[in-house]
Write a protein that binds this ligand. Structure first.
Ligand code: MSP
Length: 474
């Protein structure tokens, strides 16, 4: 079986913060989960370079634009590498493999009669890379980016999105899981139900961006270009054979993915992706992360202080997928100390310390243990199918709590060699191994360390206790 999952491609005017890392870690968790089930996973991420923001950022940095994008693409791809993200490829929208496919898709949409030239007059917000309505402005400024939109009056190519309302509605109705979580699905449905307007699909006289085929004075609208990256990754034929199973996105870019993108694909005569999964927004101490405030938390810095797995755990556990979530140093430290140092770490240490002392034979675990293990596995599987990462981890931590109670009740540190010790330790080792197996997608390094500490040799196990998994933080 094959599985194809994507992250959004990130703008290069900014460096990665934990909000971006969150979306990427979500996709990585699903990718690892599928890979662990033996599926051949394609996991794509990359950068969106053809935006006007790129031009502005390079200028602000006094850097030649190509030097700037090369440097930033390296920043993004090396950040994911340092965080151990399992992406199988990394795409840049200035790459030839992408530019060619964008032109191909443009040609298909044009051939379908879905592009026409018209005058556009409107307010363009560079922050959004989209036109915004005058009625949405607050004191003349874009409420999100706090910048004055540019008044644009120019000739553009338009995409006949309005023609797709019916087909989109039919598609959503027959694919109720197309957008998850369900509240986001309803949001998309009602947006489309209200009627769709055609969208401007090119900008006039822009020197940066992919030129419209046969009309070099027009540059293809950055979103019409960026969305196509998902095809560029696998090629047109690849996409026809197996379109993306899941696009992970943030709620801010859901409409582009759940409305415009399917319509573009319908127009181009290509299959639609399986699912759009939208996460909420992460704030820092209750405040939106922004360049101007300079309050973005660097995921590399966080990982250096707590460890990659602890950062992954925090984000996946603390945030209810689909809802907004908040990071703060206090919350991070609390979760770290209570769930990781005192929870998982302490449980693993207790079991392995006792197990290491005396030679150990292994027998089949008791029914309440096989039951607890089965229940945990079923819950993790079900919750991951629904992108409920926090609940999935909750099921693992319930199993850890069950194991901890048993350690206390049985006073395992007092047991002498004999059948009682064999039975108790067999139960606990089986549980700890099962916990580690379930943690593979969430905390890959921790799962590996626990797994590596327990070596089976027929009925016997040899334990080599690892270093403390999560030293307590002051
Ligand atoms: N370039 C476009 C995406 C094109 S995809 C064909 C873009 N880039 S972005 O860098 O601005 O943001 C990409 C994604 O980063 C968001 O959709 C979201 O998934 C994630 N996040 C950015 N800030 C975030 C938070 N503060 N919290 C959670 N996710 C955040 O939009």
């Amino acid at each position: 079986m094959e599985f194809y999952i994507t992250t959004p491609i990130y703008y290069v005017n900014d460096k990665p913060h934990i909000g971006h890392a969150y979306t990427t870690i979500v996709a990585d968790t699903i990718a690892r989960w599928r890979a662990a089930q033996g599926e051949a996973v394609t996991f794509s991420t990359g950068v969106d370079e053809n935006s006007q923001k790129t031009v502005d950022a390079a200028r602000k940095n006094n850097e030649e634009i190509h030097a700037y994008i090369d440097r930033m693409a390296e920043t993004w791809s090396s950040t994911w590498a340092k965080l151990g993200i399992s992406n199988t490829d990394f795409i840049r929208t200035t790459e030839e493999r992408h530019v060619e496919i964008v032109k191909d898709i443009w040609g298909r949409i044009e051939a379908a009669g879905d592009l026409y030239k018209g005058m556009y007059e409107g307010l363009y917000c560079k922050g959004h890379e989209a036109f915004i309505k005058e009625s949405d402005l607050v004191d003349g400024l874009c409420p999100e980016h706090k910048t004055e939109p540019e008044l644009v009056k120019e000739e553009n190519y338009f995409f006949r999105l309005s023609e797709y309302q019916q087909r989109l509605m039919e598609f959503y109705e027959t694919h109720q899981e197309f957008v998850v979580p369900a509240n986001r699905y309803r949001e998309v449905m009602s947006f489309v139900e209200d009627g769709l307007e055609d969208v401007s699909f090119s900008r006039e006289g822009k020197e940066w961006g992919i030129p419209v085929p046969n009309d070099p004075h027009q540059a293809i609208y950055v979103w019409a270009d960026a969305l196509v990256n998902y095809i560029s990754m696998v090629g047109i034929e690849g996409w026809e054979n197996h379109p993306a199973d899941v696009h992970t996105v943030g709620k801010d870019i859901l409409r582009f993915h759940a409305v415009i993108w399917p319509a573009m694909l319908m127009s181009a005569g290509l299959p639609l992706p399986g699912q759009i999964a939208a996460n909420g927004f992460l704030t820092v101490g209750g405040t939106k992360m922004s360049k101007s405030l300079g309050n973005g938390v660097d995921p590399l810095d966080l990982a250096a202080r707590y460890g990659i797995d602890a950062m992954r755990y925090f984000l996946l556990r603390e945030v209810q997928y689909g809802e907004d979530g908040d990071y703060s140093e206090t919350k991070m430290k609390d979760r770290y100390n209570s769930d990781l140092a005192n929870g998982l770490g302490n449980f693993a240490a207790r079991v392995l310390t006792v197990a290491e002392k005396l030679p150990l034979a292994i027998v089949a675990p008791a029914p309440e243990f096989t039951g607890a293990i089965k229940a945990m596995r079923a819950a993790v599987h079900e919750k991951l199918t629904q992108f409920r990462f926090s609940d999935a981890l909750g099921a693992v931590w319930a199993a850890i709590a069950f194991g901890d109670r048993y350690v206390n009740e049985e006073k395992i540190w007092e047991l002498e060699e004999g059948p009682a010790r064999t039975a108790a330790m067999s139960n606990l080792i089986a549980l700890l191994e099962a916990v580690a197996r379930e943690l593979v997608p969430f905390m890959p390094e921790t799962a590996r360390k626990i797994g590596a500490a327990i070596a089976h040799d027929g009925d016997a196990v040899t334990i080599k206790k690892p270093e403390i998994l999560f030293p307590r933080m002051k």
